[in-house]
Design a protein around this ligand. Sequence first.
Ligand code: FMN
Length: 397
Amino acid sequence: MVDPAGTGSEARIRAILARRSYRSFRADPIPAEAREAIRAVLDGAPSLFGRRSGYAILVDDARAAELPGAVMSGLVGKINPWLLRSRPPAFLVAAGDSSGGLRDGERHWYNADAALAAQLAVLEAAGRGIGSCWVGGFHERSVAEVVRLPAGHRPLAVIPLGFPAVGPDAPFSLLGRGWDAMAQKLISGRRKPLEKIAYRGRFGEPFVDPGELPGAARGVEGGREAAWRGLGASRSCLRFGPRPVGPAELRLLLECARWAPSAENSQIARHVVVEGREAVRALWAAAFPETPSPRADELPALALLELGAPFPVKARTREQPFFLIDVPIAVTNVLVAAADLRLGWQVAFRFDQARAAAHLGVPADHQVVAFVGLGEPGEAPSGAAVSPLDQVRAARA
Ligand SMILES: Cc1cc2nc3c(=O)[nH]c(=O)nc-3n(C[C@H](O)[C@H](O)[C@H](O)COP(=O)(O)O)c2cc1C
């Protein structure tokens, strides 16, 4: 279980549970070591088939000073006036290749790649005491111009990074700490209980919460995570061993998904938990009807079918719907937590989603986004074919 005293294990899980959005920053620059670590995480971020249709970049040069104005120009960015005041020393910009990136119909998978890369960087920052806030309300053309995105690429989120302005010595202003406190209280403060967002075996069967976990204090105010040794490489495993995922591990994985940031704290990510290799095999047969029956060592002990619930707020843009951003962010939290629990993972975004939905009773108004496999990591024999579940992988050389 989580070790709140911080003795060294599960530092990544503690960072996930402690991360909260900050909207007011100190002027201090981000140390070079932290910038290097964040860049390394972005460079190593896995993506769908290693294609890097989407990505995130760290903006820590003169362009950072221009980004608040770019975000705020135009109507949409006006919802974030705090950015003009907070002047963070750096930003992450999540973006993707809208013209040449991988897509299936209207689903532009660059959203998922970019969300994954940016959330990995957000967690690396959180472990180092650096605050962040995903921002989806910004003026797209101005941001693309400031960061000089290539033609055909589109930004989908702007994320200020900086040390949070908290504590008695931080100056107060309405758009600074005042806005931060108000956003926490009115938007971000609550989380849906687990049984409202997770299901056991089939959509609609609530995952009954077997007891509260010790809650993490807000954010990174206590400074850097004492035991932080970095996120490490985010790599899928090649095969799975037979060890089941225990109930406490499962609970913790779902808790990490629950604390993921989401647009307007809508928490649209839903998780259908499928336990045991035989149940996973049945889901696999629905999801990959064309592929031969999986070998035992291709089957994870646990699967999560990751869904987006209907969201009353209109999509960010037609090709950047929130379910393709928020759900991959929650998945990222799960994958990072899995590493602390010594679990391996594989993730697929491309599969027969309609059949998988029918198999688990997912209603038509929910969007199936990802099939996540989790279990004891195993090695594949050399020359073994890549499993159809193993789609989120390191970038091609
Ligand atoms: C895709 C996305 C877009 C967001 N856009 C904004 C935004 O425009 N302005 C803002 O203040 N917060 C924004 N947020 C932050 C959410 O409000 C915040 O994550 C949520 O309230 C949960 O709070 P927490 O991050 O403190 O846990 C966004 C989050 C996500 C994931």
